[in-house]
Ligand binder design. Sequence first.
Ligand code: GTR
Length: 385
Amino acid sequence: MVATVMAAITVCAAESGAPTGVPDVLKTVAGKPVTTVETWEQVRRPEVLELFKTHVFGRNAVERPSTLRFEPIEPDREMMEGKALRKRVNIRYSGPGGEGAIALTAFIPKAAQPVPAFVLICNRSSAKHIDPDRLTKNPFFPAEELVARGYAALAFHNGDVDPDFHDGFTNGVHAVFQPDPSVRKPDAWGTIAAWAWGASRVMDWIETQPTIDRTRVGVVGHSRGGKTALWCGATDTRFALTISNNSGCGGAKFNRMALPKSESIARINKSFPHWFCTNYKQYGDNEDALPVDQHMLVALIAPRLAYVASATLDDWAGQPGEFHSCLLASPVWRLYGQQGLVGETLPAPDTPLHQGRVGYHLRTGKHDLTLYDWQRFMDFADKHK
Ligand code: GTR
C-alpha cells in the first residue's frame, strides 16, 4: 500500500507540474481560458455537465415527475428516548410504464430551529443498515450519532429506485418512464444516474419539511453510492454538501493515473454494464479519449461543499486518484475566491484536511463506511456551516 501510494504521489507531482492530455476544467471546449465565475457558470459548467451526461452517466428520462407524491408509511413516532421524531414516507411516482416508490426513513432531532441533514444513499440491505426500528444499529448509518450532533439522519435504499443488476433496463425507474428499452439511446441514463435521481426526489420531500433546514443538506454515499452522491451533487444544486466515500472508478478517482491495483473503466463496464451510459463503454482501455476526468465531476459541486474520503486498504478505489481529483478541482473554488482542498499531497492516514471547502481524509482500514468517516463528515459540516 505505502509503495503504491508513493508511486502515485510521484505521478501526482508530475501531473500537477505539467499536465499533458488532462482535460482542463478551466478551459472551454472552444479552448478559451475560464477566468471569471460568470464564464464558469454560464459556459464551462454547463459544458462539463453535458459531457458527463453524454459520455459517463447518461441523460435522465425525466426530472421531477408531475406524478410525484409523498405518502406516510406509518404515523410519525418519537424515538431515541424522545430526542428524535421518526418519519417514514413512500415517495411515489408513476409514468407510462407503471409505478415506483422509494421508502424513506428520517430521524429528525427535536430542536427549536430547523436542523441540517444528511441523506444516505444506502447501497447495502435496508434491514441491516437502515433499520427504521433501530433494533440493529449499524455504523454504516449511525442515526443516533447524527441526531446527537443535531443532524437529521435520512436514508433510502438505492434498489428501491433501480435494482442493482443488469436487466436491460426493464425494471426500476428506467422502465417506469421508458417502458421500451429497445429505443434507449447511447446516452440514456444508467443505474447510477437513476439512484442520483432518487436522492433528488428525497430532496423534493425535504423541501416540504419545515423542521429540516433545506439549505444545509448533505448527500452521502459509499462506493457505488459514493459515485452516485457525486453525480447527485453535480446535477442537483439544492444539496449544500456532497460526500463521496471510497467512490473509486467513475466516482472521485482520477482516471489518467497509473494505479494498477485499482478498478479501470474497462473493468467496471464489464462487471457493471448497467451503471453508466452505453457511450461510456468506448472508453475502456481508452481513458485518454474521454473528454472529461473525474476532477471535473468534483468541480461541478463548486462553490458548494465537497468531501472525498478514502481508506488505506482500499487500493481498488485508487486513493491517490481520489485525492488528485480534489486537488485538480480546487481551482474552480478559487475562482469564487474560496479555498478548495487545502493540502498538496496525500495526507497521512487519519489526518483530515478540513480547512477549505473541499474536504478529504484517508482513513486507516478497509473499504467501508464507518463511524470514523461519519464523525469527520459531521466535523466538516460543523466547521463550514
Ligand atoms: C465493487 C466495484 C466498485 C465499488 C464497489 C462497491 O465491486 O468494483 O466500483 O462500487 O463494488 O460498491 O462496494
